[in-house]
Design a protein around this ligand. Structure first.
Ligand code: AMO
Length: 460
């Protein structure tokens, strides 16, 4: 057994030693009876009679340690290195605990935490939590959200790599908006008008002409002026785009498989976060689908609601549709297809033989225009994905732009790909924060956004 002096010297001199702090608790359990070197932050100290429990927060774990009376303990949130023996302990959640032999303080906080972070939950309003985000994210449950979000991205990535998608990184400073509408941030780019990218839409399409299948997980910007529980001004978009498709249903199928794969991946690699967050992942058999118009009629009939808008859903309708589908099929996901052309961007492919006015079963006049080869995926009543087939023929794309009074000259660099040959293609964009929010059962997308940007918040 080493004495304390040797141990302290060893800690100081151990630059070349393996760093056990990056071990998972499962790996640490293999060292029972041995001394380990470990570093982390002092998460919580609980003084008992004759000893203290010290919870050490490492990169992913919170490990219970025991300090005998003689050991001087630093303040909570101090960063430390320690030597400790791994001791089997049935009463501890992990089946072992660390008996501290020596501690070296690497840094001490200059001030105590402004907010209590070492309880199960951070007891503060969302706004207050966000004000102190660099600190509140240290809470075990809060950080588990973002560890799990990492897992979601890893699952998506792995799935897409396995299906021959190439990962790309496209510019976020752009000359034209891709999605239309007023929610675009403008900026002065050395004297010319430029914008922050609303989506990687143009570039992922261009890259289909290069790699056939591409994906990107990256930031996108929306100048949303309204303060809602589902809108952010910057969010992370998971985009993929694939060539040589026969219909947009292939995109839906790919998304369904990607979700299934990711849930299995999370179950395998993120069990501890799922436990901390107390999440049971949804089981996907097969995701049901319904056309936009049918969905409108279905909701109207089931809830006796007149249809006010034939071009879009009201948020309440998305929620009601979810209720109907859960009841009928057990599925918490539902694809809605064939959205009206009027509400889809200019690059969306129109369906053939649709449009015209009709009369509903209840005798209401249905003012219907043409629809698109597109879909949304709703999860627990919220739209998490938009996707569809794109126009790939130059003439057709020009015609649709002209019909919308757009100036094709402004989009010359985008249209270059159509002009010089593109395969039939399509893809989707999924909002990572919205997906995480619904998966974890939160009411507001800010809970699952690391450092949210909304109309009132630019810091931290
Ligand atoms: P869309 O604009 O519908 O489609 O966006 C795709 C998905 O992104 C998420 N999302 C948002 N999340 C948080 N805050 C916002 N303000 C916000 N806006 C959108 C949603 C939405 O389903 N280019 C197309 C995608 C495609 O067809 O490939 C696009 O961007 O989850």
């Amino acid at each position: 057994m080493m004495n304390k002096e040797t141990i302290n010297r060893e800690i100081v001199n151990r630059k070349t030693m393996m760093n056990e702090s990056t071990m998972t608790t499962e790996e640490l359990a293999k060292y029972i009876g041995e001394i380990v070197h470990i570093h982390g932050s002092i998460y919580k100290i609980r003084k008992m009679k004759g000893f203290s429990f010290v919870l050490l927060r490492t990169g992913r774990e919170v490990v219970q340690c025991v300090a005998e009376q003689g050991i001087e303990l630093p303040l909570e949130e101090s960063c430390v290195e320690m030597e400790a023996e791994v001791v089997s302990e049935e009463r501890s959640k992990l089946g072992f605990e660390l008996h501290i032999q020596a501690i070296r303080v690497l840094s001490s906080p200059a001030a105590p935490s402004p907010i209590v972070i070492n309880q199960k939950l951070v007891e503060a309003s969302l706004e207050n939590q966000l004000d102190f985000r660099p600190i509140t994210l240290r809470n075990q449950k809060q950080r588990a959200i973002f560890k799990l979000q990492e897992g979601i991205c890893r699952g998506f990535r792995e799935f897409l790599y396995n299906h021959s998608f190439t990962e790309i990184h496209t510019p976020k400073l752009v000359k034209e908006g891709a999605e239309g509408g007023a929610n675009i941030f403008g900026l002065n780019y050395f004297g010319q008008q430029a914008y922050l990218a609303q989506s990687p839409q143009f570039y992922k399409q261009m890259m289909v002409g290069v790699f056939e299948r591409v994906f990107e997980i990256g930031p996108v910007f929306r100048a949303e002026k309204h303060d809602t529980s589902r809108h952010l001004n910057e969010y992370t978009s998971v985009d993929f785009e694939m060539g040589y498709i026969q219909s947009f249903e292939e995109i839906m199928k790919m998304e369904e498989e990607m979700l299934k794969y990711t849930f299995t991946f999370l179950q395998e690699h993120y069990r501890q976060e799922l436990e901390i967050l107390q999440i049971a992942l949804p089981v996907i058999q097969s995701i049901p689908s319904i056309s936009f118009r049918e969905a409108k009629r279905k909701i109207s009939k089931a809830y006796n609601r007149p249809i006010k808008d034939w071009e879009d859903f009201e948020p309440e309708e998305e929620r009601l549709l979810y209720e109907l589908f859960v009841k009928e099929t057990g599925s918490e996901f539902v694809f809605v297809t064939h959205y009206p052309s009027a509400k889809r961007p200019f690059y969306a492919m129109d369906s053939e033989g649709n449009g015209g006015n009709g009369t509903s079963e209840a005798g209401q006049v249905e003012k219907l225009g043409s629809v698109t080869e597109s879909f949304d995926l709703l999860f627990r009543g919220l739209e998490i994905t938009t996707g569809g087939q794109r126009i790939h023929e130059y003439g057709k794309q020009l015609a649709k732009m002209k019909a919308r009074n757009m100036n094709p000259e402004q989009f010359e660099s985008y249209l270059m790909m159509h002009k010089h040959g593109m395969p039939p293609h399509g893809g989707l964009g999924l909002g990572l924060e919205r997906f995480t929010c619904k998966l974890l059962g939160y009411e507001n997308v800010r809970y699952t956004t690391l450092f949210p940007r909304d109309i009132n918040r630019l810091v931290p």
